[in-house]
Design a protein around this ligand. Structure first.
Ligand SMILES: [Zn+2]
Ligand SMILES: [Zn+2]
Length: 366
């Protein structure tokens, strides 16, 4: 028995030793990869890019090749981290996260802020912390990247001859978190005799959800600074999602059935209830006046709409009817994340201003 323990410890030690050698080789490979990218040798070889060439000749995935080039390119900006890897304090995967972060924030990058986080985190956790760092350094750019993801959203439904339905799709980080928040609680095992596989439980959850229109419980944890969109603030957090931008947090706080937890210096200062911020007589008055989404041309009914503050409450906008209007989820997104502006005319009509054409005649798209 004792012999076994010693042998196992030896295996563990050798694994760590080999992994460290691999990390050193990965770094050497990355430096060459960045040089190779500059050389344009790949072009003479008929490849479309250095990544393409590496994919074929080094038997790598595109992502793995791009990671190596990023590490090689950003190596001069992270000398301390490279030393930490050589001393076996962090691993090569930490370096790839560091390099991708350097690429995302450009000259604002400061490895000394990130290295302590790398030391104390697994690479996966470190990636998550670096996303908060990216939000803190440039919240506008982070929000723009998240908004960009939304354009790739897609859901295909096709019914086959026997009536069964095929689903395939892609959702952005925020949309995905909402769907998972809705389905995960319904997809839990119903006791120890529940032998359904997880994909079956998720399928049942989707059908159950669609059938009963369950109210979703989202919990958002955000600092005051994030909600106020202060420079240097981290992203907000919610289960099943990467850090969300302050723009999305503001939309949810505008009038949403989310539970919000507000933090100041890591201390919880307010736990809001999962209730609409505009409720009671005020909501009834708003619904009676607007009846449907107020985006020009949209007629989504009030029950599908949020109450939007035209001047956001953190910017001094009040809860008076003048400052409120109904917007469906999609158009609420356009105002907060999409950069469109809403203006109420003296006649009480809503007009929209596109982020791109602020000075051309306002129009409402689709
Ligand atoms: Zn709003
Ligand atoms: Zn609408």
């Amino acid at each position: 028995m004792l012999r076994m323990v010693e042998e196992d410890a030896d295996i563990a030690y050798r694994m760590m030793e080999i992994r460290q050698c691999i990390d050193q080789l990965e770094l050497a490979f990355s430096e060459l990869a960045a040089e190779f990218q500059q050389s344009k040798h790949w072009e003479h070889q008929g490849a479309n890019s250095a990544i393409d060439w590496m994919r074929f000749h080094c038997h790598m995935t595109s992502n793995a090749a791009a990671d190596r080039i990023a590490v090689g390119e950003h190596a001069p900006q992270m000398p301390e981290s490279i030393q930490a890897m050589k001393a076996d304090v962090i691993g090569f995967p930490h370096l790839t996260v560091m390099a991708r972060t350097a690429g995302a924030v450009d000259e604002a990058f400061d490895e000394l802020q990130l290295l302590p986080l790398a030391r104390e985190s697994s690479p996966g956790k470190f990636h998550y912390k670096c996303l908060h760092y990216r939000h803190a350094v440039n919240a506008e750019r982070y929000a723009a990247e998240q908004a960009e993801q939304v354009h790739a959203r897609t859901l295909h439904m096709s019914t086959s001859d026997d009536g069964s339905l095929y689903l395939t799709g892609f959702l952005d980080s925020v949309g995905g978190a909402i769907v998972r928040n809705a389905l995960e609680p319904l997809a839990r095992r119903a006791g120890k005799d529940d032998h359904r596989r997880r994909p079956q439980r998720l399928a049942d959850a989707l059908v159950e959800f669609a059938g009963h229109k369950q109210k979703i419980q989202m919990q958002v944890t955000s600092s005051i600074e994030t909600l106020l969109d202060v420079a240097g603030a981290p992203g907000a957090e919610t289960e099943f999602s990467l850090p969300i931008s302050s723009k999305t947090a503001q939309r949810w706080a505008c009038d949403c059935s989310v539970t919000r937890v507000l933090m100041k210096k890591s201390v919880v200062i307010d736990v809001g209830q999962a209730e609409r911020t505009i409720r009671g007589p005020k909501r009834r008055a708003l619904v009676a006046r607007d009846q449907h989404c107020q985006w020009p041309g949209c007629e989504r009914p009030a029950s599908w709409c949020d109450g939007h503050h035209i001047v956001f409450w953190t910017h001094g906008g009040g809860d008076d009817l003048e400052n409120l209007c109904l917007l469906c989820t999609r158009h609420h997104w356009k105002v907060h994340e999409g950069g469109w502006k809403l203006i109420r005319t003296d006649e009480g009509n809503i007009i929209t201003l596109s982020p791109r054409t602020m000075f051309s005649p306002p129009r409402g798209p689709d």
